[in-house]
Ligand binder design. Structure first.
Ligand SMILES: Cc1cc2nc3c(=O)[nH]c(=O)nc-3n(C[C@H](O)[C@H](O)[C@H](O)COP(=O)(O)OP(=O)(O)OC[C@H]3O[C@@H](n4cnc5c(N)ncnc54)[C@H](O)[C@@H]3O)c2cc1C
Length: 423
């Protein structure tokens, strides 16, 4: 039987980082993953450049969770500056793109190599690809009866036994870093949730996050022709009190809405909720239009075209006049009543629409929900009732906003667990 201090299941961002930190602190670490290629989500992240952190990532309000304050301990203990220092030590250069989002100058592959190297320096044993069949609490006497020599300290204190395709492994600490459900084709599974339930942990119902929203074909018909159009908007989910209003770019697609604005809002959205979009943020259209009405020149169509992308202005007005038979796009603004103008302005500034669904885990960048943090210690990520069992990264009910927050959570939660398991 193989023996170790830490058996880490999942060699993604959190698992690899945890392995390196723990191993360099003297722990014997085995890192297991079923995927042929490890670190695949890092590779495809940030358009291939990996948005590896955000300068505001130590702010817990930038994370979605049933218990919003849970993440603050780990995030404070391992702030973005620590990860940036590690990148520097590996000669990886980076740049800030937008609102504190840091990307590699070169390629995301550099981060994967760095994590591999950090793990190798500590002597981590890689078991990849390798299937985990079952995991159970160890019978300490069985774990201390090795076939291959004297029992190690780790074996004497083994708390868990994992049955794997490479044989059984006895481990003192079991770290679950299997991530969320998004992008199943590169290895996402629900194994982490199953293990959590097996050990008595509750799961906050997982759902796709940072994902495009879709609409019924009939509802979307007037807007489908706008596919490819992008503009900056304010977006919110009014029925969710915890949902901020995000100012980001919105992208129209054939099936619905995407772009950073919608990805952000999607993490707060649940079936049945309306989203509200201000297509002309920072404008007070009704007031501006009432002034234009006074000078009397210009058409309704011209008025909209001056303030919105041309295609959007045309489609929007067509859609609006369809439900206002007195109005025609070519009408002079002076002929349009104040009430109609105010209604048109409100429709643009408070566009409420109910998505029918999302593009699902196939397209979602993250999974919202996961292992309920109420059962975890916020400083160590250790189970409160199963000593030695840890959950880190995206498998936990902590989901960051778009912009590097999810990787920072992976690093910070992994660091917390590694420190605790090697204390
Ligand atoms: C397209 C895309 C782009 C993204 N871009 C960014 C970005 O730029 N910035 C950012 O902060 N976040 C980004 N994210 C989110 C980020 O990738 C994840 O939040 C992060 O990878 C989570 O780390 P993790 O280690 O918890 O999980 P993962 O990195 O998903 O790793 C989980 C590992 O567990 C393994 N595993 C799963 N099931 C099993 C099993 N049954 N047996 C054995 N092993 C198993 C998987 O193979 C995988 O290697 C992006 C996500 C996607 C999908």
């Amino acid at each position: 039987m193989r023996r170790c201090d830490l058996l880490i299941v999942g060699a993604g961002a959190a698992g690899m980082f945890c392995a390196g930190v723990a191993a360099q602190r003297g722990a014997r670490v085995i890192l297991l993953d079923h995927a042929e290629r490890i670190g695949e989500k890092i590779r495809i992240s940030g358009g291939g450049r990996c948005n590896f952190t955000n300068l505001s990532a130590d702010r817990p309000e930038r994370f979605v969770s049933q218990h919003p304050k849970f993440s603050r301990h780990a995030l404070r203990a391992y702030p973005p500056a620590r990860f940036i220092a590690l990148l520097r030590a590996h000669g990886i250069t980076w740049h800030e793109k937008h609102r504190g989002q840091l990307f590699c100058d070169d390629s995301a592959e550099r981060i994967v190599s760095m994590l591999r190297r950090e793990a190798d320096v500590g002597g981590v044993e890689w078991l990849t690809p390798c299937r985990l069949e079952a995991v159970r609490c160890a019978d300490p006497s069985a774990a201390a009866r090795p076939a291959d020599g004297a029992p190690t300290e780790a074996a004497r204190h083994a708390r868990f036994v994992a049955d794997t395709a490479a044989g059984p492994i006895a481990a003192r600490h079991l770290v679950i870093a299997t991530g969320g459900l998004s992008i199943p084709k590169i290895g996402a599974t629900d194994l982490g949730y199953r293990i959590a339930r097996q050990f008595g942990h509750a799961i906050v119902e997982p759902r796709p996050g940072l994902v495009p929203l879709t609409f019924d074909a009939e509802v979307w018909r007037p807007f489908a022709e706008l596919s490819g159009l992008s503009l900056e908007v304010d977006i919110g989910v009014p029925s969710r009190r915890d949902a901020p209003v995000f100012r980001e770019d919105l992208l129209f697609t054939h099936r619905g809405l995407s772009g950073p604005a919608v990805l952000q809002a999607s993490s707060f959205w649940a079936r049945g909720d309306a989203i509200e979009i201000d297509l002309a943020p920072d404008r007070t259209l009704a007031t501006e239009w009432t002034a234009s009405r006074k000078d009397g020149r210009g058409s309704l169509a011209g008025l909209l075209a001056a303030q919105l992308p041309r295609r959007l202005a045309q489609t929007w007005l067509g859609h609006f006049v369809a439900s206002h038979p007195k109005l025609r796009p070519e009408m002079r603004v002076a002929e349009v009543g104040n009430r109609d103008l105010a209604e048109l302005a409100a429709a643009l500034e408070r566009w409420r629409i109910v998505p029918s669904g999302t593009e699902g885990y196939r397209k979602a960048e993250v999974t919202v929900g996961g292992v309920d943090v109420a059962g975890l210690d916020a400083r160590t990520m250790q189970s409160q009732h199963v000593p030695g069992l840890f959950f880190i990264g995206e498998v936990v009910d902590v989901t960051g906003w778009l912009g590097g927050y999810n990787f920072q959570w992976a690093w910070a939660s992994a660091h917390a667990a590694a420190m605790a398991a090697t204390a």
